[in-house]
Design a protein. Structure first.
Ligand SMILES: Nc1ncnc2c1ncn2[C@@H]1O[C@H](COP(=O)(O)OP(=O)(O)OP(=O)(O)O)[C@@H](O)[C@H]1O
Length: 343
């Protein structure tokens, strides 16, 4: 989408792979992110999202032959220069200090630090600045992580499942703070399992599947790529088994959900489906043809890729099938040097 841009990319993966033992978690990723973009990184469990972020932050090195550059320099250099703020899933917070003290420490360490009070305010922490970090709720801890990621004027903000554990209000506050960061020209890259967040917030969506880039475009592009639409209507009477079978066998129908006389079909060609529906001699009421939400589109694309046999030799970890997994696998032990990037 950004091929005409001439500025140095904020992030540039070139043929970046990552192999753990004989397992290839990331396979030849080539993608560039440009200054000011807000990009969501989506993928089923085990797709390689955290691995990509680890490479991007210099916490791991790509396999030989691939490169990752941030603002034209190495990830380590960009982190050292204070150009990157990161909010990661793992990495414990210091328990025995107050919120303000921890945020002040992050500001002290940042080469382009913001005033502590501003960072606290932007993260919604002013009211709990004197509370001990060890006494915070999960959602409050996430806000502290956000404050640490925005302690200075970083050009790139990297967020790994930032709203896990936040309630709805905290989530809204978080994203409005994040939008403010993006409005100042920062590049924001976030991995998430909350597809509605990606839909609402991101101007670009990357879908990873088994370590390969499956889709790259706006949320609308991704929905269009899935190519499936919903056809909903109500029948005049309850369908018998024969009619139900006929509905399921309509052309292009890829799924059917019947509840009493209400019918919801998924179709790869809504025009053909609706045409044939009338051909059955039915008079569907309240006929509605709608596009898929991002979550359904994501599931359709990843399932399709799964059926096609995946894209890499690495087996995918099981997906929850919902796009909303429960507790996130944190795997703190496997990060080579997480704290360096969060400091
Ligand atoms: N240190 C490691 N050693 C061996 N395998 C690993 C290691 N780290 C990750 N993997 C494997 O690599 C694959 C990609 O993992 P990664 O954490 O990047 O996925 P993810 O997309 O972030 O998943 P999730 O949504 O569950 O957080 C997974 O199959 C994972 O089990």
């Amino acid at each position: 989408m950004s091929s005409s841009r001439t500025t140095t990319p904020a992030v540039e993966f070139t043929s970046a792979s990552k192999t753990y033992g004989s397992f290839r978690a990331l396979s030849g990723l080539t993608v560039s992110l440009h200054p000011g973009e807000t990009v969501a990184l989506l993928g089923p469990n085990g797709a390689g999202k955290s691995t990509s972020l680890d490479l991007l932050l210099g916490l791991r090195n790509p396999d030989p032959g691939g490169t990752v550059r941030l603002f034209g320099t190495s990830p380590r250099q960009a982190v050292t220069d204070g150009r990157v703020g990161a909010m990661l899933q793992s990495g414990g917070l210091m328990d025995g200090v107050k919120v303000r003290e921890l945020v002040a420490l992050a500001c002290d360490l940042h080469p382009r630090a913001h005033p502590v009070d501003r960072v606290l305010a932007d993260a919604g922490l002013t009211g709990i600045a004197d509370r001990m970090v060890g006494k915070l709720s999960g959602g409050q801890e996430q806000r502290v992580r956000f404050a640490l990621a925005t302690a200075g004027a970083s050009d790139l903000i990297v967020l790994d499942e930032p709203t896990t554990g936040m309630d709805v209000t905290a989530r809204q506050t978080f994203w409005s703070a994040m939008r403010a960061q993006a409005a100042q020209g920062r590049t924001v890259l976030f991995a998430t399992h909350y597809l509605e967040e990606a839909d609402e917030v991101a101007d670009r969506v990357l879908v990873l599947h088994r370590g390969s880039l499956l889709a790259d475009g706006s949320a609308a592009d991704i929905k269009a790529m899935a190519g499936t639409r919903r056809v909903g209507f109500t029948l005049e009477a309850l369908p018998d088994a024969r009619l139900e079978a006929a509905l399921r066998a309509l052309p292009a129908v890829t799924g059917a959900d019947l509840s009493g006389s209400a019918v919801r079909l998924r179709s790869a060609d809504a025009d053909a489906t609706v045409h044939a529906l009338y051909g059955l001699g039915l008079y569907p009421r309240d006929l509605e043809v709608t596009g898929l939400g991002l979550e359904q589109a994501f599931l359709t694309l990843t399932q399709r890729a799964e059926e096609a046999g995946g894209h890499t030799e690495g087996p995918a970890a099981p997906d929850t099938g919902t796009g909303h997994p429960g507790p996130v696998d944190k795997r703190e032990d496997k990060r080579e040097n997480k704290k360096a990037a969060t400091a």
